[in-house]
Design a protein around this ligand. Structure first.
Ligand code: PLP
Length: 232
């Protein structure tokens, strides 16, 4: 494949994912702009990000601190909104605090505190989502819902973090049980919104479960492979 062909394919897949989101929105009487698309670009080159940027995409998600930081630096001329969506180790918080606009994977007070301390004061507060282990899988990232009140309250008091909502990565399961978990997320999200009016983001849904997530109130879907193709 030539570079031009592969870039045309990328653009085509991008528009087709956007169309899927629009269709899911209209099926559930939601306006298309009520669901943001986060393009998950991990393991894909900066050139592909640039191509999508030129076609209107602004929000990109990265999982690995060093890889993400490298791309932030290479593409620093572009007005991209960078989301960190991978697990965070405490020795990597500084790079995340300095280079990203959003973090989706907060599940420990210690990490939140470090990000708050390390966020440069001349930058806007770091937007954060609390990750919920909604399928209650052993040894998976995320807190249980009964821990949410405490963590949300602590984060809300941090000057350099802005609590924006919740995120989850459910385990693979039947659509029926997935829908129950998404509905539990929606409920927790609405309660959080009642307490903290700035909360406006429910990061939920990937390629396979997009319609179900949108029906259950997701405001941001995270899509990688369906846009960029297989990761190398
Ligand atoms: C990789 C990743 C995605 C995208 O997954 P695809 O299967 O490539 O669409 C979404 N969310 C998170 C947290 C991820 O790590």
């Amino acid at each position: 494949m030539t570079d031009l062909e592969s870039s045309n394919n990328l653009i085509q897949r991008y528009h087709s994912v956007k169309q899927d989101i629009e269709n899911a929105c209209s099926d559930t009487d939601r306006t298309p702009d009520s669901v943001a698309l986060l393009a998950v670009s991990k393991k894909h080159p900066a050139a592909s990000i640039k191509t999508l940027y030129e076609n209107g995409q602004r929000a990109f998600g990265e999982n690995y601190v060093q890889e993400g930081t490298d791309k932030v630096s290479v593409l620093s001329q572009l007005d991209i909104q960078w989301h960190f969506i991978g697990p965070i180790q405490s020795n990597k918080t500084r790079l995340v605090a300095e280079n990203f606009h959003w973090v989706h994977t907060i599940d420990r007070l210690k990490i939140a505190k470090r990000l708050n301390d390390q966020r440069p004061h001349d930058q806007a507060p770091l937007n954060v989502l609390i990750q919920i282990n909604i399928s209650e899988q052993a040894s998976k990232s995320g807190i249980h819902l009964n821990e949410l009140d405490n963590l949300a309250q602590s984060i809300n008091e941090m000057e350099h973090l802005n609590l924006r909502g919740l995120m989850c990565i459910p385990e693979e399961q039947s659509l029926a049980s997935l829908a129950l978990e998404f509905k539990a997320m929606q409920h927790a999200y609405q309660q959080l919104q009642n307490q903290y009016p700035q909360v406006d983001t429910l990061s939920m849904g990937m390629s396979a479960d997009l319609p179900c997530a949108i029906e259950c109130g997701s405001t941001m879907v995270r899509i990688g492979t369906a846009i960029f193709g297989k990761r190398i």
